[in-house]
Design a protein around this ligand. Structure first.
Ligand code: NAP
Length: 231
């Protein structure tokens, strides 16, 4: 595979950090973002990637992020919109401020950053955008209003971007993992070898990148095959 220039949001832990490590291990250039400076520094030191403290919900941070990625790497070939947060509440008990804050990250921030990168990809007539949605964006469930709605939005806008960018040689893939064992929403301590690990999602993205450029995987759902097994 050719060496590619990755920009990954939310690379300081979880799925994003696994992808930073895998892409670096395969010889690619990587700039990633996060909010927690200590975690950013740790992933950068371990992987040799460039880490930036930048909040995807802040427009000026997104401007800085794109400038830094282009400045460091000379361009962007692969944008991975991974940064995302969760909030669970039943209708009747939804905190609208928290809903707006979540949409600022999971949806509006993702759009703002891609809005800045898309012209670069169109100009070079090549590139990849991976949007990390969720199986929560494929099927609604109790307490899912806010998070599921944000991920349905990501699936919908991914289809719009496919229609707009495919004629320019740009691939847009929406990735929908089922439950992954990360610290997402503060959950820790799980270690079931039969459930998904962050590296499984990272490997799926690298598999999509390994396909011939004439092919497109528009949407990928990733499940654990037998998550009911306890050991
Ligand atoms: N874990 C699951 O079960 C699961 C399943 C399906 C989809 N997903 C999706 O996969 C993505 C990654 O989740 P994860 O499980 O890896 O979660 P995680 O372990 O909590 O990691 C989330 C990453 O996103 C970053 N982040 C959060 N808000 C940010 C912001 N405003 N600006 C920049 N970076 C931000 C975090 O950085 P800091 O820690 O430095 O703030 C962290 O690096 C999310 O979009 C999530 O919705 C997760």
């Amino acid at each position: 595979m050719d060496t590619r220039r990755f920009l990954i949001t939310g690379g300081s832990q979880g799925i994003g950090a696994a992808l930073v490590s895998l892409a670096r291990a395969q010889g690619h250039e990587v700039v990633f973002t996060g909010r927690d400076q200590a975690r950013i520094d740790q992933v950068a030191a371990e992987s040799g990637a460039v880490g930036l403290q930048a909040d995807v919900a802040v427009a000026d941070d997104n401007r800085r992020t794109v400038e830094a990625a282009v400045g460091r790497m000379g361009g962007i070939d692969v944008l991975v919109n991974n940064a995302g947060v969760g909030y669970l509440a039943e209708v009747g008990d939804i905190d609208m401020e928290r809903m707006r804050a979540l949409f600022d990250i999971n949806v509006f921030g993702l759009v703002d950053l891609t809005n800045r990168v898309a012209p670069l990809l169109k100009a070079q007539q090549s590139g990849y955008v991976f949007n990390i949605a969720s199986t929560s964006g494929m099927k609604g469930a109790k307490t899912g209003t806010v998070y599921a709605a944000s991920k349905w939005a990501v699936r919908g806008l991914s289809q719009c971007w496919q229609a707009e960018l495919r004629p320019h040689g740009v691939h847009v893939t929406c990735v929908c993992p089922s439950e992954v064992q990360t610290d997402w929403m503060g959950r820790t301590g799980r270690n079931n070898p039969n459930k998904l690990y962050a590296v499984d999602v990272a490997e799926t993205i690298m598999a999509a990148l390994a396909m011939h450029g004439r092919a497109l995987w528009p949407e990928l759902a990733i499940f654990a095959n037998n998550p009911w097994k306890e050991d």
